[in-house]
Design a protein around this ligand. Structure first.
Ligand SMILES: Cc1cc2nc3c(=O)[nH]c(=O)nc-3n(C[C@H](O)[C@H](O)[C@H](O)COP(=O)(O)OP(=O)(O)OC[C@H]3O[C@@H](n4cnc5c(N)ncnc54)[C@H](O)[C@@H]3O)c2cc1C
Length: 388
């Protein structure tokens, strides 16, 4: 893979830097409360979109720039390096949107894509159910055909951003008699439809990022079917590959910036002489460096082959491991202060380090668990016999 930027990449890098010099939201301005934070960050996404710096690889006619994957990586890395906050529309931008851009009809693209970029529409991903997570194909939410629409009934869970979402990408069973993988369709559901109930779930971070979502006889117009009837499984795999893959190069920059900040705080708190703190910081440092090399390797492959593939499972595993080692280092640095909300009384240690530790406990679960990624690596990369 080429590691020195070409002219177009340098141009877009300078453009992002100039934009950030003027518009980067100051950290202290970003609200702590989750609802207020989401509202604030929608404004941030709109500004980035107005500068045409969101998902630059998407076609120009839908608001992207038709740029290369490498240019996208340059943009993401610059944002991560500057400590720019994550965009609230990430499920639409990184997970569902790429599937719509590649597989949607012209009408679907015209209707959804621009609003995903601008943050006007937040999306959620309704795949997991109480009894269908790793074994997603056993999902039971059903969509019955009724002329020009489907009637959707069932329950999803762990649906991130559901309470803010305008649209949900739902996997539903449309042919109960077909073998499990073949009877599933991919539906785009209007979250304001009658018959939808959203119950937010509070995570141990204190944020209610995900929800349970109940569908009771929800009418979904047939034009909201993405891809073919009963062809949803293939599209779901496309969506999950997006969730596991292309973010890794910018994510490792984000982790590196966080680790540098953590080391600075450890020095400020007088914690750097503690051998346990040193060992923990060193483990995180090595994991992030290894992730950087892995990210370049798999992105090199994605660029050569025109898209991410099964090796994103290796990225996902290494990313989750680096996330959690950084979280462990946060805990080591905070020491006994970790148990106070907002740090010890009078201590200015940012609450962010506690949040980092708590949030990244989920890194080996979301987007497919670590055990499932290991199964994929064993079977599809190493060619070992299938797990029974
Ligand atoms: C923060 C967060 C956000 C999420 N956001 C979303 C979202 O927006 N949309 C969405 O649809 N889902 C979302 N999820 C759900 C996530 O995709 C599932 O939690 C995940 O796929 C695991 O499914 P499960 O929770 O049902 O666990 P299970 O599948 O029940 O697994 C339980 C345990 O058994 C292990 N296991 C299961 N099967 C095997 C096997 N064959 N071999 C070895 N080990 C196995 C698993 O690794 C795990 O340790 C989110 C989860 C989290 C934590």
């Amino acid at each position: 893979m080429r590691l020195t930027p070409n002219e177009a990449e340098l141009r877009i890098r300078d453009e992002v830097r100039a934009f950030l010099a003027e518009h980067l939201p100051p950290a202290e301005e970003i609200p702590d409360d989750f609802d207020a934070r989401v509202a604030y960050l929608r404004g941030w996404q709109r500004q980035l979109h107005e500068a045409r710096l969101v998902n630059v690889t998407w076609p120009e006619e839908y608001g992207g720039r038709g740029a290369t994957l490498m240019e996208q990586i340059v943009v993401n890395q610059e944002l991560a390096r500057a400590g720019a906050p994550a965009l609230p529309g990430e499920v639409g931008l990184d997970v569902v949107g790429p599937t719509i851009v590649e597989q949607g009809t012209a009408e679907q693209k015209a209707r959804y894509v621009k609003r995903i970029l601008s943050g006007e529409d937040i999306w959620c991903q309704g795949f997991s159910e109480p009894n269908a997570g790793s074994d997603l194909a056993s999902l039971r939410t059903r969509a019955e055909e009724a002329g020009d629409h489907f009637v959707l009934t069932g329950q999803k869970t762990w649906t991130s951003w559901a309470q803010y979402a305008s649209w949900c990408a739902v996997l539903a069973r449309t042919d109960p008699d077909a073998p499990t993988h073949r009877g599933i369709s991919y539906l785009i559901v209007d979250m304001t439809s009658p018959g939808i109930e959203i119950r937010p779930l509070v995570q141990m971070t204190g944020d209610a990022e995900f929800s349970e979502v109940f569908f009771d006889g929800v009418v979904v117009p047939r034009e909201n079917l993405l891809g073919e009837l009963n062809g949803g499984w293939k599209l779901a795999m496309h969506t999950l590959t997006n969730e596991r893959g292309p973010v890794v190069l910018s994510h490792q920059v984000k982790l590196r910036v966080a680790l540098d900040g953590l080391v600075a705080d450890a020095a400020r708190l007088g914690r750097l002489d503690d051998p346990q703190v040193q060992a923990s910081l060193a483990r995180a440092d090595v994991a992030i460096e290894v992730l950087r090399h892995q990210a370049y390797r798999s992105m090199g492959r994605a660029i050569a082959h025109g898209g991410a593939g099964v090796e994103t499972s290796v990225d996902k595993l290494m990313m989750a491991s680096a996330d959690q080692l950084l979280g462990d280092a946060c805990l080591a640095v905070l020491g006994p202060h970790a148990v106070w909300p907002g740090g010890a009384p009078g201590d200015t240690t940012p609450r962010a380090w506690q949040h980092t530790y708590l949030y990244y406990r989920a890194a080996t679960i979301y987007g497919g668990t670590a055990q499932i990624q290991k199964n994929i690596v064993a079977e599809r990369i190493l060619g070992l016999p299938r797990a029974t």
